[in-house]
Structures are given as structure tokens and as C-alpha cells.
Write a protein that binds this ligand. Structure first.
Ligand SMILES: Cc1cc2nc3c(=O)[nH]c(=O)nc-3n(C[C@H](O)[C@H](O)[C@H](O)COP(=O)(O)OP(=O)(O)OC[C@H]3O[C@@H](n4cnc5c(N)ncnc54)[C@H](O)[C@@H]3O)c2cc1C
Length: 502
């Protein structure tokens, strides 16, 4: 695309099209409200159990803790079904990174609590008579009466350990994802069955009714995730209008709504889950950021070849039916009032950054805009003509950094280090500037921490990663992990409170 075409492309986005943005989803709960609801939900079974304590035999202190941990952790395990990033009410304000961090960290808490659950029941016996304690534990693990609980615990252990080791497993992502779903259903189904049929506080009365209601809720969640969404992907397919090569192994897909599709809005920077052709099933979809302005009808995605699905997109024929589920995500500038905007992209992270830049250009935003774009090699840079052309309508400065040089490369060679970032922020007030960043995990971690060192407040550094895998945590990640640990401590407090009061 030459500079003239690029300028036209930016201008096209000012044509009449979709409404001026705004997610269709109104019910997005803020973090503190979600934490309070979460603790209230996880504390419901112990609270109901307190009401029925008089009907059962008195319990030793450790047995009370064991029972309470079982009740709290089982409720927390069922909530994991809705912290997968697909429910906008749950993840709408937090964003996919934070909700996935919560999902992964709390999973360890649940596993430890449920492993402790049978052990604490036998602890008093074990302390008095180790041989008898061992015998009781073996009986718990082998008696048919407790089998669903043992199966649930085994599935949970595989689920959590398999999630942590995902990148090292020799499986396709889809295989891992399918196994994750099956194990989750076994863990939740087995856990609920165990509570309803063998739970010390749950076999009858209000706690029993609570678990039945939770079971119905879990069935409804799975029906929405894999039934209703599947039907939606098939009833309202979008159409691939064109595929254009934008860089080495990077493609731009122009996707338009099919005839009769219901009205659809999004905000610049959000992402969708996408499937194509006959594969339009929720378990096979992939997340991609919208590289477009909502002022243009339809949407475009910038897709970098990374594996089996993305390697096929360049060969998709125009007219292919596309499944779109979304929009999701909080990578949205309008939620961060500021005087200046810094956009930072690394590799495939250019997708949402182009979405924000195209939207700023389409709206002729008067604020100073700085763009830093880093990639491995000059041929990896996408949409450079269009980015440069945006300077004709924006107060724009661009810093390009390639790890390797090449013929005709006029940008910097190296990485986005402190020197480059200071150059980017020159003349801007870090307190009144907001930075939006998307790129590979290590780059996001390093750049985010450097921006804080330079003086930007944490709330003004916003980022999204393209993978949920492990990797070095940024200072902001560690802050979020502390909040999650506080929620975990809240769960422990619920169990402790039950043991004290019971
Ligand atoms: C919020 C978000 C936005 C994204 N936006 C873009 C974008 O605009 N452009 C772009 O090129 N890439 C984007 N990605 C990454 C993109 O989703 C993956 O590269 C793609 O799914 C890889 O699929 P594959 O089958 O080709 O490769 P695989 O070899 O199957 O996967 C490569 C890696 O991609 C991740 N991945 C694969 N499938 C999924 C899935 N269904 N859900 C979540 N992660 C998956 C896993 O970490 C996996 O290890 C985004 C990811 C996220 C989480």
C-alpha cells in the first residue's frame, strides 16, 4: 500500500458506518464488587451449614476446617467455569489478562484446599494413632461412597497441573483445550455429586438445595458457552470480504456482517473470538484484536501466522463464512482520560494498536500521539505506510525499532529500551499521558516496568498479552497477583470463621 492509499484507508474509516463505539454490554461489574460477590457466593454453603449443625454429630476442630474447606473450595471451583474470559459481566471491567491470572492462581488455591479436605478429616485420628489414620484415609480414597469425590479430585489435579505445563505438553492447543473442558466438567460434576451424596453438611437441608441450584447454574453456563454460542455462530455468520498480505506471514482479514445479522458495535482496541468455515464451533475459535475503527462498517483483523490455524488464514477464499463472538476486552482508550497517547506495539501486537490508531485518525483526535513499533526484522513490520500517513491528520511521532537491520531500513536497530522510551515520551507529561501496549510477554513486562521507572503512574500503563502462558511478571502483574492472593486469604478466612463459629 502506498502512502496515498494509506491516507485513503484512514479516511475511509471516517465514512458513515457503525455507531461511534460503545460495547453493547451494560452489566460490567467493577473489581471490588466482583470480589465481594465471589466471597459471598463461596461463603454461602458454610453459612447455610451453620444453620443445620445441630442436626449432625459434633465435630472435632480439624474436621470443621476440613468440611469448611470442602464447601468453600467446591463453590470456588464452580466459579472457575465463568472466569474463562467469555462472560462480559465477569471480565468486562477487568480484561482478559487479569481474569485469566485470577483463573490460574485461584485454581492452585482450590486444588490445595481440596487436597487438604480429606487429609484434615483424618488428621485427628492420625495424630492419635498413625496406623488407624492411614487406614481411614485409604478407606476415604477407595470406598465406593466417596468415589465421585476422588475422581473429581484427580481430574482437578490433572486440570491444574496440565494448565501449568501446557506449553511443555506435546499437544495441539485445541487438544489441550478440549481436555481442559472435559476435566473441568468431571471435576465440577464429580465434586457436586460428592457433596450432594456424601458431604457431611450437604446431603440434606438447605446446603443440599444450594448445591442443586449450583449444579443447574453450571449446566446453564456450559449450555451458553457451547450450545447458545454455537447456534449464534451458525445463525449469524459473517463473511470474509478480502485477505491482504500486510507483512511477512501477516494477513489482514476484512470481515463483514452477513445479511440480516443483528446490529453489532464495539470499541476500538477490543477483540473477538473468530472461527471460519465449517469449524464454527466455540471450542475451535481463536482470539484476535480488532485492527479497525468502529466508524468503519464490519471489522478487520491483523493475523500473524503462529500455528496451524493462523497459517491457513492467508489462503482463505473471500466469501468464507466467519464466526465472530464478541466484542471482549478493556483495551479501550476512552476509559482513560489523558492529554497525550502513547501506543506501543511488538510483533503481532500491532493488531489492537492499529485499531486504536485508525480510530484516533478517523476521529481526528487533536492530542499528541506517539507510536513505538518493534519487530524482529524489517520485513515483519505491517502497515508502515498507513501509520506514517496518519501523521497527515494527527499530531503523530513514530519510533520504529527492529532487532535486525536490513536493506533500506531507516529505523532504529535494537530493542525498545529505556533510551527509546524516553525519546518517545519527550515533551509529554508522564502523569497526563496514557500508554497502551500490546506485544510478546517479555517485551510487555520490560517496557511496562521501564515506563513506571520513567515516571508514568501504574494506572496509565495499559497492556494486553496475546498468550496466557507463564513468563516473567511485570510490577503491575505482581500488584494484581497480590490482590488475587488477598481474595485467596478471604477464602481461608471464610473456612476459618466457620470452624470457629461451628
Ligand atoms: C486477547 C488476545 C488477542 C489476540 N489478538 C491477536 C491479533 O490481533 N493478531 C494475532 O496475530 N494474534 C492475536 N492473538 C494470538 C492468537 O490468538 C494466536 O496466535 C492464535 O490463536 C494461534 O493459533 P494457531 O492455531 O495458529 O497456533 P497454535 O500453535 O495452536 O497456538 C500458538 C499459541 O497461541 C495461543 N493460542 C492458540 N489457540 C488459542 C486459543 N484458541 N485461545 C487462546 N490462545 C490460543 C497459545 O498460547 C498457543 O501456544 C491474540 C490472543 C489473545 C489472547
Amino acid at each position: 500500500m502506498n502512502t496515498q492509499d494509506a491516507a485513503t484507508s484512514m479516511a475511509d474509516r471516517t465514512a458513515e458506518g457503525a455507531p461511534a463505539g460503545g460495547s453493547a454490554h451494560a452489566w460490567r461489574l467493577p473489581g471490588p464488587a466482583l470480589a465481594a460477590l465471589y466471597l459471598a457466593f463461596c461463603g454461602t454453603a458454610p453459612a447455610l451449614a451453620l444453620a443445620t449443625l445441630g442436626d449432625s454429630a459434633p465435630l472435632a476442630g480439624w474436621e470443621k476446617v476440613a468440611g469448611a474447606l470442602g464447601l468453600v473450595a467446591l463453590a470456588a471451583m464452580t466459579v472457575q467455569l465463568v472466569t474463562s474470559g467469555r462472560f462480559d459481566t465477569v471480565s468486562g471491567r477487568l480484561g482478559i489478562d487479569r481474569i485469566m491470572a485470577f483463573h490460574k492462581l485461584i485454581a492452585w488455591w482450590i486444588l490445595i484446599a481440596l487436597l487438604a479436605h480429606p487429609l484434615l478429616y483424618v488428621l485427628p485420628t492420625w495424630l492419635a494413632d498413625p496406623a488407624l489414620g492411614r487406614e481411614r484415609l485409604v478407606a476415604y480414597l477407595t470406598a465406593p461412597h466417596y468415589r465421585s469425590g476422588v475422581v473429581a479430585l484427580a481430574a482437578l489435579a490433572l486440570l491444574v497441573v496440565g494448565g501449568a505445563l501446557r506449553e511443555r505438553l506435546p499437544w495441539r492447543y485445541e487438544t489441550w483445550r478440549g481436555s481442559h473442558l472435559v476435566l473441568a466438567l468431571v471435576a465440577v460434576g464429580g465434586g457436586l455429586h460428592h457433596a450432594i451424596t456424601a458431604g457431611r453438611f450437604s446431603v440434606a437441608g438447605p446446603v443440599n438445595l444450594f448445591w442443586w441450584a449450583v449444579a443447574l447454574g453450571a449446566i446453564a453456563v456450559v449450555a451458553v458457552l457451547y450450545g447458545w454460542r454455537w447456534a449464534k455462530l451458525h445463525r449469524h455468520p459473517w463473511r470474509l470480504a478480502s485477505v491482504t498480505r500486510r507483512a511477512d506471514r501477516m494477513w489482514e482479514l476484512d470481515i463483514q456482517p452477513g445479511p440480516g445479522n443483528p446490529p453489532w458495535t464495539y470499541r476500538a482496541g477490543q477483540f473477538v473470538w473468530m472461527t471460519e468455515g465449517a469449524r464454527r464451533f466455540p471450542l475451535l475459535d481463536h482470539p484476535f484484536s480488532i485492527a479497525d475503527s468502529p466508524l468503519r462498517p464490519g471489522l478487520s483483523l491483523l493475523v500473524k501466522e503462529a500455528g496451524d490455524f493462523t497459517s491457513r488464514v492467508g489462503a482463505l477464499a473471500p466469501g468464507t463464512p466467519i464466526g465472530i463472538d464478541g466484542p471482549y476486552g478493556v483495551f479501550m482508550l476512552d476509559a482513560h482520560p489523558c492529554d497525550a497517547v502513547v501506543l506501543i506495539a511488538g510483533g503481532a501486537g500491532i493488531g489492537p494498536i492499529m485499531g486504536l490508531l485508525r480510530d484516533l485518525a478517523a476521529r481526528r483526535d487533536p492530542r499528541p500521539i506517539r507510536v513505538a513499533y518493534a519487530a524482529g526484522r524489517p520485513e515483519n513490520f505491517a502497515c508502515l505506510d498507513e501509520i506514517r500517513a496518519a501523521a497527515s491528520v494527527l499530531d503523530l511521532e513514530i519510533v520504529l525499532v527492529s532487532e535486525a537491520g536490513g536493506a533500506g531500513w531507516g529505523g532504529h536497530i535494537g530493542r525498545l529500551d529505556r533510551e527509546r522510551l524516553e525519546e518517545l515520551l519527550r515533551g509529554l507529561d508522564p502523569q497526563r499521558t496514557v500508554a497502551f501496549m500490546c506485544g510478546p510477554g517479555p517485551m510487555v513486562t520490560g517496557v511496562s516496568d521501564t515506563l513506571l521507572d520513567i515516571g508514568m503512574p501504574m494506572r496509565n500503563v495499559v497492556y494486553e498479552r496475546f498468550d496466557y502462558g507463564s513468563g516473567a511478571a511485570s510490577r503491575q502483574d505482581r500488584r494484581h497477583a497480590l490482590v488475587i492472593a488477598a481474595v485467596g486469604a478471604g477464602l481461608v478466612a471464610l473456612a476459618g470463621l466457620f470452624a470457629l463459629v461451628a
